[in-house]
Design a protein around this ligand. Structure first.
Ligand SMILES: Cc1cc2nc3c(=O)[nH]c(=O)nc-3n(C[C@H](O)[C@H](O)[C@H](O)COP(=O)(O)OP(=O)(O)OC[C@H]3O[C@@H](n4cnc5c(N)ncnc54)[C@H](O)[C@@H]3O)c2cc1C
Length: 354
């Protein structure tokens, strides 16, 4: 989750460690680092490691995460085209951005925007190319997204919406430009692809577990195989695969309780309220809950900064609020004016406390 910072600062990947090695020892957790599990036998309750050894287990948790989605576009393998997923990608993108003259990020979701910020911080102009009609459509409604785009522009991040990339074209084996379905083109000698994730389910699938978009789990995080649980980006709960850390913590707590045979509410996971924070310098944006709902309210306060909040009161969707605070907008700046026009007030909504 601190990877976006790594892209900007170039800090050592070791600083990402959540806990020091001693913590695991002190808590009786044995670790096997640098090893790969190549097979799971759910009937025999064994794992096979890359060296060929077998490990027996009583209960097992799959937490294999995900892979970045790389679209099967012509030119996707050209030099200068990078996924944004791990520390090595951060290092490669940083190096490439310093030498590049014009970059493009394919994908205007949370991570795509953070990647764009990382690129622009290396001194390379960047354009975010997004398929949808608004940025971060999974987190933001139209009003909130309309505030975001000009705020990004102020930070040197251009955005082009409703563009389907049809091909990545190269010259001498290196990326040279993007070609869009509408015939348009965008020059770019660095392309970062951030269009989503694919749950890493290969072990589970080969072992015959029920797998759809992720490893299917019930409300105790149990998979279809006895004694096997799954949490995190590899798991699919009630049709949802979560791509953020907070839901994973909730899942891990419930899975641990279930594995220990505890009963009660602690062993029931009913889903998480999604919330996300965009980490772009000087632009504080937090979104929580469903992006669309029955009713909406937008509250605008242009003094001293422009703040917009909206939330849904739909019975089926959890409450949400989001706000974007550009550093020092003019009082009559276009984003405020635009949000003001789209304001709807519902008697069922109360303004969030500020
Ligand atoms: C650039 C970036 C920025 C992000 N920022 C945020 C943020 O600000 N807030 C937020 O909430 N989330 C953020 N996320 C998402 C968050 O990092 C993920 O949701 C979270 O790390 C997923 O945890 P996980 O344990 O499911 O998977 P992972 O963290 O991906 O861990 C899975 C691990 O399993 C290993 N593995 C897989 N298969 C095997 C195998 N067969 N044998 C052995 N090991 C295996 C993988 O190598 C990997 O180390 C960000 C993600 C990225 C890429």
């Amino acid at each position: 989750m601190r990877l976006s910072e790594l892209l900007i600062t170039g800090e050592d990947a070791d600083t990402l460690c959540i806990r020091p090695a001693e913590w695991f020892e002190e808590h009786g957790v044995a670790t096997l680092l640098g090893r790969w599990v190549t097979a799971l036998d759910a009937a025999a309750r064994t794992l096979t490691l890359d060296g060929g050894e077998e490990l027996a287990y009583g209960t097992l948790v799959l937490a294999t995460g995900s892979q970045p989605l790389m679209p099967p576009l012509p030119g996707i393998d050209l030099a200068g085209v990078h996924p944004f997923r791990g520390p090595e990608d951060c290092r490669d993108i940083r190096t490439a951005a310093r030498a590049a003259t014009r970059a493009a990020v394919i994908g205007g979701g949370l991570l795509g925007l953070e990647a764009a910020r990382g690129v622009v911080e290396q001194g390379c102009p960047v354009t975010v190319v997004h398929l949808m009609d608004r940025l971060m459509e999974r987190q933001l409604d139209a009003g909130a997204a309309a505030l975001l785009q000009p705020a990004l522009a102020e930070r040197g991040i251009a955005v082009t919406l409703e563009r389907r990339t049809e091909a990545i074209e190269g010259r001498d084996g290196r990326v040279h430009k993007l070609r869009f379905a509408d015939g348009g083109e965008l020059a770019a000698d660095l392309v970062v692809v951030s269009i989503g994730i694919r749950a890493e389910t290969s072990l589970a699938q080969a072992a015959g577990l029920e797998v759809e978009r992720g490893v299917v789990v019930d409300d105790t995080l149990a998979t279809s195989a006895p004694g096997v649980y799954a949490v995190g980006e590899c798991a699919q709960h009630r049709g949802v695969v979560y791509g953020l850390v907070a839901p994973i913590h909730e899942q891990a707590r419930v899975a641990a309780s279930a594995m220990l045979g505890r009963g009660g509410r602690d062993t029931v996971y009913t889903g998480s309220v999604p919330s996300a924070k965009l980490k772009v310098a000087g632009l504080d944006l937090v979104a929580a809950g469903a992006a669309t709902g029955e009713s909406e309210a937008v509250v605008i306060d242009a003094e001293p900064a422009c703040t917009a909040s909206s939330w849904s009161a739909a019975a089926a969707s959890p409450a949400r609020s989001c706000w974007a605070t550009p550093a020092a907008p003019p009082r009559s700046s276009p984003p405020c004016a635009r949000a003001s026009r789209s304001t709807t007030r519902s008697p069922r909504c109360r303004p969030p406390r500020r």
